[in-house]
Design a protein around this ligand. Structure first.
Ligand SMILES: [Zn+2]
Length: 222
């Protein structure tokens, strides 16, 4: 059974988000020899080029998470293309990695918008949602809460489960070792999105689960 750990790297707007969280996540993944996929916001890459480079240098797959983290469905065709390619250019110039074809829409909300999805296709991308999330971006979850949500969600989803986490909440790094250990004990292999043997697995992933977009809209998912 394969599980895809994915992390969104972006500017946080919550108080429980120390700047050291991203480095600790990379440290845990490196120590466990686990590769993941990181969706980078272009503006974040400009602010933290050393972290973006370290993500690439440590063997993780990089995807595009837009430049401004705007709601793509509200942008014009031209504005959307400018935002996506702007992120792509800064990601390439800073990390040397080409994020195509992996893209995650800000807020995960473009999964049902035909115009946005077609625009992404035209730009060489496909939107990747998720099957499992821990809600750690919203409030300060405990590491144990994150661990249980991810482990139970992944095992409940089965092969190809895509996990959404974020690089900035303080409780993500201390949750990771137990997540990796418990899923490893269950026979899970951690993969990056490039390891997808059947791309249809990712197409099926839409976030957020249950289309709970009203909550995300109201509270400002970063
Ligand atoms: Zn995001």
């Amino acid at each position: 059974m394969r599980v895809f750990l994915t992390f969104d790297a972006e500017h946080p707007d919550r108080p429980h988000c120390p700047p050291w969280a991203t480095e600790q996540i990379l440290h845990v993944l490196r120590g466990s020899n686990v590769r993941a996929t990181f969706f980078l916001q272009g503006r974040w890459v400009e602010a933290y080029p050393h972290l973006a480079r370290e993500i690439a240098l440590t063997g993780h797959r990089i995807g595009n998470h837009s430049f401004y983290h705007a709601r793509l469905e509200l942008l014009s065709d031209e504005g959307l293309a400018t935002d996506v390619t702007g992120a792509e250019q800064v990601i390439k110039s800073v990390t040397g990695a080409d994020p195509r074809p992996w893209f995650r829409c800000p807020w995960g909300e473009c999964g049902n918008d035909a115009r946005v999805l077609q625009a992404l296709t035209d730009l060489g991308y496909r939107h990747i949602g998720w099957h499992v999330e821990a809600g750690e971006w919203e409030i300060a979850r405990t590491p144990r809460e994150i661990e249980n949500a991810v482990v139970e969600g992944a095992l409940g989803t089965g092969d190809g489960a895509i996990i959404l986490l974020h690089t900035w909440p303080a409780s993500v790094p201390p949750a990771l070792p137990a997540i990796i250990r418990r899923l490893g004990d269950a026979g899970v292999q951690f993969a990056t999105l490039d390891d997808l043997a059947d791309p249809s697995i990712a197409v099926a992933a839409r976030g957020p689960a249950g289309n709970d977009s009203s909550v995300m809209k109201g509270r400002g998912h970063p």
